[in-house]
Design a protein around this ligand. Structure first.
Ligand code: ADP
Ligand code: MG
Length: 392
């Protein structure tokens, strides 16, 4: 069976309980949440100014808290998978307090305070609770950043511009977590819409909601529950290879390059750079085609593009791993499955599978039997972006 995950109100209740334990009787005044995401197609294209098609998840990060009169900050996470200690205390009066350090999870919080667009923020106490698995490729990091930014907006409002909010959160991840990520994760965590995937043009930063609420469909996420340590070093390397390819092609980014440009320049590119660029150029086209297919309800066609995307990530971009390949191949055995692919940065994490709703039990059973590890399953629906929550 698929894993059940806590509802928003259960997460808020967990966070409030912990808030009471840590801070005594004082009740939090503010509650907000921001979702994790799954990317349906368009992988490793966001930092190439390309197209991506993610959706916001019902898995989310909640922040509850309270402004204080001074400049002291205390933040506690309820998530035991984060590195200890689970509580941090610092003063906004000190310049060094926002410098990255340990525990590493607090760097996301500090980065968001640093890049908040209406400084200075007042002191506060906050508790984080989340249903997004950490490091599973569903972007717990962006959901934490965006939830925290949304929390700060309640303490001291900024101008409310959503694109600037996503960019500020992306900056936080660059400067404070050292991850040179694209804009997709933060963008969809801010702007996701219930019942819709979001086509994001990462060059113009235009977002188009694409309806995805057919009750005969299921979007199944399978967590491989492995994460290879390569992720940290390989991601920046892929970025550099793409920049190099764009430079050799004389383009501002690979978004501006066609397969014809690439083939014409082939003898000026080494084999690896060629393959990286080819993945990106074709993946952007697949994302465009996939979006058009979804709009028509052509799920078979969309599924075929998902598998092509996976194969390209495996063979050309080389960011898959045997566990993800096994999960995709097992899913594709099942009648009623349209398509399946790795999702997120790669080297572990999750796959996403588009399938007929009636095949779900068979699919889960089959994948469990065929996978050499221990998978976790989430049956998900496209959900809303960051929002404030009412406290009872
Ligand atoms: P992903 O975004 O795919 O889940 P990342 O490695 O980018 O993986 O981000 C995971 C990191 O984000 C965690 O190691 C932790 O530092 C931080 N994080 C995310 N959610 C929480 C949370 N609820 N509490 C504390 N830290 C969190
Ligand atoms: Mg992340």
């Amino acid at each position: 069976m698929a894993s059940s995950f806590p509802s928003t109100s259960e997460l808020v209740a967990d966070a409030r309980r912990l808030y009471g334990q840590v801070f005594g009787e004082e009740a939090p005044l503010t509650a907000v949440c921001a979702p994790g995401r799954v990317n349906l197609i368009g992988e490793h294209t966001d930092y190439n100014q390309g197209l991506v098609l993610p959706m916001a998840l019902p898995l989310l990060t909640v922040v509850v808290g309270h402004e204080t009169s001074g400049q002291d900050v205390t933040v506690v996470t309820a998530t035991k998978d984060a590195d200890e200690p689970w509580r941090v205390d610092f003063s906004l009066a000190s310049d060094e307090s926002l410098c990255p350090g340990l525990p590493s999870w607090a760097n996301y919080v500090k980065g968001v305070i640093q890049h908040y667009r209406a400084p200075p923020v007042p002191g506060f106490r906050a508790v984080i609770a989340s249903s997004v698995p950490l490091g599973g490729g569903l972007s717990s990091s962006a959901s934490l950043e965006v939830a925290f930014y949304t929390f700060l907006q309640q303490l001291k409002p900024d101008d409310g511009d959503k694109v600037s909010k996503a960019i500020a959160c992306q900056q936080a991840e660059h400067t404070h977590a050292g991850v040179p990520c694209g804009i997709m994760d933060q963008f969809v965590s801010v702007l996701g819409r219930e019942g819709h995937a979001l086509l994001i043009d990462c060059r113009s930063l235009e977002a188009t909601p694409i309806p995805l609420a057919d009750p005969s469909l299921i979007i199944l996420i399978t967590n491989s529950n492995v994460r290879h340590s390569l992720t940290g070093s390989e991601y920046p390397m892929r970025r550099r290879q793409c920049e190099e390819a764009a430079c050799i092609l004389g383009k501002a980014s690979l978004r501006d390059a066609t397969m014809k440009d690439l083939e014409e320049a082939r003898n000026r590119l080494d084999d690896i750079t060629y393959r990286r660029a080819r993945h990106v150029i074709e993946e952007i086209e697949r994302t465009y085609q996939g979006t058009e297919a979804l709009k028509r309800g052509a799920y078979k066609e969309f599924g075929k593009l998902m598998v092509e995307s996976h194969n390209s990530l495996r063979d050309l971009y080389e960011v898959s791993c045997s566990e993800l390949d096994e999960l995709v191949s097992a899913a594709m055995d099942v009648e009623g499955v349209f398509g399946s692919r790795m999702t997120g940065g790669g080297f572990g994490g999750c796959t996403v599978t588009l399938m007929k709703a009636h095949a779900i039990d068979r699919a889960i059973l089959h994948i469990k039997t065929r996978y050499s590890g221990t998978p976790t399953f989430f049956v998900t629906t496209p959900s809303a972006g960051a929002r404030t929550l009412s406290l009872p």
